[in-house]
Write a protein that binds this ligand. Structure first.
Ligand code: NAD
Ligand code: DAU
Length: 356
C-alpha cells in the first residue's frame, strides 16, 4: 500500500478515511480524486491539505483519460472507492446521476485497474488491491427479525441501492473474470463528523438546534443499524490490509434503532447542552411526522461476525457515546455547517420538505 487512490475523499466517509490513513500509515501517499458535487467539500480535509503525502485531484471517476493518467503518473497500487451519489431521497427525485457515477464510474475505475494491474507487463506492485465501499441497502429490507450476512441474496429497491448493487456485481465480475484483486465492504448507516445535513442525523441536529421542524418519515419506526464513521474507516483499513482477496465483508454497528428513538435522543442531548427553545418547550415538540419515503425499506441490520472472526474487527464506539460526540462536533463546528447550508441546500430542503 504505497500509492493509494481514494475516490470521493471530500465526502463524509472518504474524508474521515483519508485523515485516518494519513495518521496511521505515514509512508502511504494518498491521491484523493473527487468531482466536488454538492456533497464534496474541500473544507472536510482543510487540516491535511498541506500534508506532503496528500494530493487532491478535482475530477470525475467517469473520466477514463484522467484515471489512466493518474494510474500511470502516480503508480497507483491501491484503490479505495468511495465516490458515489449516496442519498436515497435524491435517487428517487432523479436517478440519472446515480446510474452514471455509481455504475459507469465504477466500471471506468475497474477498466483502468485491469489495464494497469492485469494486462500491463509492468504492474506497479505484486499485490495491488481494489477495495469497493458498498452498502447494506443492496440486501433490501428485513422484517422484524433476521440479519444481513454476506450470503444474503441481493434485493435492492431504490434507484440508489440498485446502482450500488450493480456496481457490486461489476466488481465481483472483475475478480472472477479477470482476476482483479478486489475486496468489498457492505456497511450499515454511518454517522459522525462531516456528515452532510441531507441525512437524518445531521439534519435533525441542525434543525433541532435552530428550533426548526424535525421531519420524521412515516411512523418513525423504520430501523437502521448505526455505526460511528471512524469505526467504519478502521474496518475498511483492516479489510484492505488483512482481508482475503475476492471476499466481501459486512460491517455494522450492532446498534439497531428506530428513527424516532434516534430523533428523540438528539433532542434530549441538545436540551441538555444548548439554550432552551424560545417558548421553553422541549425539542421533542418540534417532531413532525411527514409523508413517507417512496419504497421506504423497513429495517436494516448487519451480521458482522465474519469480519470479527476473520480479522478481529469490532465497533469500538457505542451509539450512546458516538451520538454525544457527534452532537458536540456539530456544536463546535458551526462555521462548517454554515458553509454547507448554501442556496442550493435551501432549494433542496424546500423541494424535499415543503411538499411533505
Ligand atoms: P457522500 O455523498 O458524503 O460523498 C460522496 C463523495 O463522492 C463526494 O465527495 C462527491 O463529491 C464525490 N463524487 C460523487 N460523484 C463523483 C464522481 N463522479 N467522481 C468523483 N467524485 C464523485 O457519501 P458518503 O456517505 O461518504 O458515502 C461514501 C461511500 O460509502 C458511498 O459509496 C456509499 O454508497 C457508501 N456507504 C455509505 C454509507 C453511509 O451511511 N453514508 C453506508 C454504507 C456505505
Ligand atoms: O444503510 C446504509 C445507507 O445509509 C447508505 O448506503 C446511504 O448512502 C446512506 O445515505 C444511508 O441511507 P438511509 O436512507 O438509511 O439514510 P438517511 O439518513 O437518508 O435516512 C435514515 C432513516 O431516516 C431512513 O429510514 C429515512 C429516515 N429519515 C430520513 C430523513 C433525511 C427521516 O425520517 N427523515 C428525514 O428527514
Amino acid at each position: 500500500m504505497q500509492n493509494v487512490l481514494v475516490t470521493g475523499g471530500c465526502g463524509f466517509i472518504g474524508s474521515n478515511f483519508v485523515r485516518l490513513v494519513l495518521e496511521t500509515l505515514p509512508e502511504a501517499r494518498i491521491f484523493n480524486l473527487d468531482k466536488l458535487t454538492y456533497a464534496g467539500n474541500p473544507a472536510n480535509l482543510k487540516d491535511v491539505e498541506n500534508n506532503p503525502h496528500y494530493r487532491f485531484v478535482n475530477g470525475d471517476i467517469c473520466d477514463q483519460v484522467l484515471l489512466e493518467r493518474l494510474f500511470a503518473e502516480e503508480k497507483i497500487d491501491t484503490v479505495v472507492h468511495f465516490a458515489a451519489e449516496s442519498h436515497v431521497d435524491r435517487s428517487i427525485e432523479g436517478p440519472a446521476e446515480f446510474i452514471q457515477t455509481n455504475i459507469l464510474g465504477t466500471f471506468a475505475l475497474l477498466e483502468t485497474a485491469r489495464k494497469f494491474w492485469i494486462t500491463s507487463p509492468q504492474p506497479p506492485s505484486p499485490s495491488p488491491r481494489f477495495l469497493h465501499v458498498s452498502t447494506d441497502e443492496v440486501y433490501g429490507s428485513l422484517g422484524d427479525t433476521g440479519l444481513f450476512t454476506e450470503t444474503t441474496s441481493y434485493d435492492p429497491r431504490s434507484p440508489y441501492s440498485v446502482s450500488k448493487a450493480s456496481s457490486d456485481h461489476l466488481v465481483n465480475a472483475y475478480y472472477h473474470t479477470y482476476g482483479l484483486p478486489i475486496l468489498m465492504t457492505n456497511c450499515s448507516n454511518n454517522y459522525g463528523p462531516y456528515h452532510f445535513p441531507e441525512k437524518l442525523i445531521p439534519l435533525i441536529i441542525n434543525n433541532a438546534r435552530n428550533g426548526k421542524d424535525l421531519p420524521v418519515y412515516g411512523d418513525g419506526k423504520n430501523v437502521r443499524d448505526w455505526l460511528y464513521v471512524v469505526d467504519h474507516c478502521t474496518a475498511i483499513l483492516k479489510v484492505l490490509q488483512q482481508g482475503r482477496v475476492g471476499e466481501t465483508y459486512n460491517v455494522g454497528g450492532n446498534s439497531e434503532k428506530q428513527n424516532i428513538e434516534v430523533v428523540q435522543t438528539i433532542c434530549d442531548i441538545l436540551d441538555e447542552k444548548v439554550a432552551p427553545l424560545a417558548n421553553d418547550q422541549p425539542r421533542r415538540s418540534l417532531i413532525k411526522f411527514v409523508k413517507d419515503r417512496a419504497g421506504h425499506d423497513r429495517r436494516y441490520a448487519i451480521d458482522a461476525s465474519k469480519i470479527k472472526n476473520e480479522l478481529g474487527w469490532e465497533p469500538s464506539v457505542t451509539f450512546a457515546d458516538g451520538i454525544r460526540t457527534t452532537v458536540d462536533w456539530y456544536l463546535e463546528n458551526e462555521e462548517w455547517m454554515n458553509g454547507v447550508l448554501d442556496g442550493s441546500y435551501q432549494d433542496y430542503y424546500a423541494r424535499m420538505y415543503d411538499e411533505r
